[in-house]
Each structure stands twice: as C-alpha cells, then as structure tokens.
Design a protein around this ligand. Structure first.
Ligand code: NAD
Length: 433
C-alpha cells in the first residue's frame, strides 16, 4: 500500500493527534507516490533544513521583564533564499512553523520564483500588548534571529497578526546590526514593508489579488459568470478583506463572513469596503449593523458559489466538508483543509484551488519588492499587477494541466508541479560531498 494511503487509514484517535506538519507530509507523500519520486529525494524534501528557536527577554510597560519564544524554520533553499512570513498568534509552535515553512517551498516553486521556503513566528496574542510592547517584542525577536535572516539568505514578510509596521521595526533593527556602509544594500531583508521604507505598491493587496486572478481563471475554464456569483469568506484580515474588495467590481456578492469574533450574514450582500472599515475600528465583524449574526456552524451550511477560507489551518474537516454547499473553494489561508476534508471535497465534486497556488500572490509580489530594492527601482501599481498576473495564471494552468495528466486532485497536482522543479535541481547538482 502506498505511504499516503497507509497514513490515511490510521484510526480516529491517531487522526486527532495528527499535527499540521503531519498533514503536510501526507500531502507530500501522496504526490510523491503518484509521481514515483526517487526515495532519496523524498527523504531530503520530507525534512526541514534548519530550525531556529530563540528565547528572549522584553521589558513590559509595567517595568517587568517577560520571556518570549520565537521560531524560524527554513525548509529548503535550493531554488533561492529562504522566504516566508512571520506570524504572531497563540497557536504558533514549532510544528505549525515547520508546516508553513514547507508550504512556502512548494509555493515559490509553483510560482516559478527564485526563492526557497521558510516561516517564523512568536506564540503570543498580540491584542494583549501595547504598541510599545509589540515594537520591543518585534525588535528583540529580530535581534535574537541575528544573521539567521538576511537580504540574500532568508527574507521574512507579514503573516497572521503582523503587518507593514512590524516589518519596518524588523528592518530597522536588522539595519542597526550591519556595518554602516552596508545598510543601503540591505533593505530587502524583509518584504511587505511600508511604501516609504522601500515597500512595493500592490504588496498589501497582493495575496487577495492573486486569489481573485485564480478565481477568474477558474471561472473562465468553467464558463462561469462571476458577475452573478455569491461567496462566503472566513477571516477578514489582509487576505479575506482584500479578496472581497477586489471581487466587488466583478459583481460577485458577499453573503457571509466568519472571523475570530463571530459570523455575520446578509442574503442581499455585504459591502466589503464598508465591512473592512468597520473591522478596522472594531477589531472584528461582530456587531456589524448591516448583517445578522449567525451561529458558526450555520456558516458552513450557507449556499453560495464560492468559499474563501482566509483565516487559519484545519477549517475544512471531516465535520465541515460534508456541510459545504459551494462549487469552489479558493484557499486564501494556508492549510485550511485537512487530508480527510480533501477526500470529501473531491468525492463531492467541489472544485478547489489549493493554498500553495491560490495564495501565492503574496510571495510573488514580495519577490517583486525584493527585486525593486536590489535595483533601486519603484514600479507603478499597474506594472506590479500585470507582472503578478503573468506569474500566477501560468502557475494556475500548470496545476490544472498536471491534475489532468495524473488524473488527480489539484492539491496533489500542485505538489507535483513543485516537486518536479526541485527534483530537476537536485538531479543536476547532486548531493555534497
Ligand atoms: P490577518 O491577521 O490579517 O487576518 C486573520 C483573520 O483570521 C482575521 O480576520 C481573524 O479574525 C481571523 N481568524 C483568526 N482566528 C480565527 C478563527 N479561529 N476562526 C475564524 N477566523 C479567525 O492574517 P492574513 O495575513 O490575512 O492571513 C490569513 C491567512 O492567509 C493565513 O493562513 C496566512 O498564512 C495566509 N496568507 C497570508 C498572506 C499575506 O500576504 N498576508 C500570504 C499568503 C497566505
């Protein structure tokens, strides 16, 4: 029996114990089985390359010191420097960061950009800290990472609960650690920076923009009229809100939103721009006056054309996948679907644009930001959007065609596209010594 199949047959108790990283390895093994991946390469790619754990002290507003633990996991860099976001969230642990770092390797490979995969984060609930404390936490984290990050080595970016401001603090701290005459050559140590500090136009919305380009391409393939589409979104932060705001001019109607504060519904549609303003002020969708609150369970049963998960991992599971009444799932979030959820969606004929393709707009425009910094250039927004489209649409088609070639689901096809790229490089270079 193939490895991926054996893993799925484990009993329920084992399934509950399964970590996100186990799920990543299952996804990988399924693709590796199907493409008959060389055993030695399978061993290499199944493992992360470096795992950095740092413990560091930070002075709180009350004068007390608190200790924090930060992670940076570097999965693979054969295609280019390690690249991936930093997440501040109570669920962050070494296992989650390993999973997210591994996904970054596949994501860059599918998008055909010269980056490897990494991810990092701190296990905190940022809402419990003042701005001053968050700044000191971010800076001390960057200091503790030291030269484990670097503009040509490992390049962080924003992820859940981190943003352009946090990138600016990390950049400033990093620059303070390099010799004065090298500082101007190092601003590409992070991407997703504020524009004035060397950020790129279009980076903030890039992940949502990429999701929308993928949805448009799916609609073209299926002869589906997006102007009459209805959709629901889980998570209304950077990815969820930008995807919704960019779907609005296409005519698609947002029916419901679920975030950490609750779920809301309006059968006549919710205006994404107004909701985004409300969420900024109120830190969530709860209490939004132009929609009705609904139970979280009901959210998954809403009839709509498209579901865009844009929050956290493990949302589409054995329990929720059978309830979904949608035609397409466009994964804005990383890892929203469990392996069991995947099987149910596939059997039910629900289309899926997998995370490592669907949300790659963020890393693609991060690559553009990195390039602009290296060349001391500023690109127009139209140029950024156009270049993003030119990268993500061919990636979408590669995945679609590979799914047909192997008669498999699109997630597995996406892995095959990515693994093939890395396989070539390993075959060419061999293993040292
Ligand atoms: P964010 O912090 O801006 O927003 C996160 C959203 O998720 C918030 O609306 C929050 O309320 C919601 N959320 C958190 N916990 C939840 C829960 N238990 N149930 C329901 N909703 C919950 O983060 P983001 O940058 O938009 O990232 C969202 C997802 O997209 C993550 O999986 C992230 O890894 C992925 N992603 C982000 C980027 C990027 O450029 N920011 C790029 C690629 C992938």
């Amino acid at each position: 029996m193939a490895r991926a199949e054996k893993e799925l047959k484990k009993d329920e108790k084992e399934q509950r114990r399964r970590t996100v990283y186990d799920s990543v390895r299952m996804q990988f093994n399924k693709a590796a089985d199907l493409m008959n991946l060389d055993e030695n390469l399978r061993k290499i790619l199944s493992q992360t390359q470096n795992e950095i754990v740092v413990h560091f002290p930070v002075k709180m507003d009350n004068g007390q010191i608190e200790m924090f633990t930060g992670y940076r996991v570097q999965h693979n860099n054969v295609l280019g420097p390690y690249k991936g976001g930093l997440r501040f969230h109570p669920n962050v642990d070494i296992d989650e960061v390993r999973a997210l770092a591994t996904w970054m390797t596949w994501k860059s490979a599918i998008a055909d950009i010269p980056f490897g995969g990494a991810k990092g984060g701190i296990q905190i609930d940022p809402s419990k800290y003042s701005m001053g404390e968050l700044e000191r936490i971010s800076r001390r984290f960057a200091f503790a990472l030291g030269n484990n990050i670097g503009p040509e080595y490992d390049i962080p970016a924003p992820d859940v609960n981190t943003n352009a401001q946090i990138m600016a603090w990390i950049l400033d701290t990093y620059l303070s650690m390099v010799p004065a005459n090298e500082r101007q050559r190092c601003i590409h140590v992070v991407t997703g920076k504020p524009i004035e500090s060397g950020g790129s136009l279009g980076r903030e919305k890039a992940t949502g923009q990429g999701v929308v380009y993928c949805i448009e391409e799916w609609a073209r393939d299926k002869n589906f009229d997006l102007s009459k589409a209805t959709y629901i979104v889980q998570g209304f932060g950077n990815v969820g809100s930008w995807t919704s705001k960019l779907l609005k001019p296409k005519g698609a109607k947002l029916l419901a939103v679920h975030d950490v504060t609750g779920a809301i519904y309006n059968e006549n549609g919710i205006d994404p721009d107004e909701l985004a303003e409300y969420v900024k002020k109120n830190k969530g969708v709860k209490g939004y006056p132009k929609a009705t609150p609904i139970d979280l369970e009901k959210f998954f049963e809403i009839e709509a054309d498209i579901f865009i998960p844009a929050a956290l991992e493990n949302q589409i599971t054995e329990e929720t996948a059978p309830k979904l009444k949608v035609k397409l799932i466009a994964e804005g979030a990383n890892g929203p679907t469990t392996p069991e959820g995947d099987i149910i969606l596939y059997k039910r004929g629900i289309d899926l644009i997998p995370d490592i393709l669907c949300n790659s707009g963020g890393v693609i425009v991060s690559y553009f930001e990195w390039l602009q910094n290296k060349r001391s250039e500023y690109w127009e927004l139209e140029e950024v959007d156009c270049k993003l489209k030119k990268k993500i649409i061919p990636a979408y088609r590669r995945v679609r065609d590979t799914a047909r070639e192997f008669n498999t689901d699109r997630r597995t096809a996406a892995y095959i596209v990515a693994i093939r790229r890395l396989e070539k490089v390993y075959q060419e270079r061999g293993i040292f010594p």
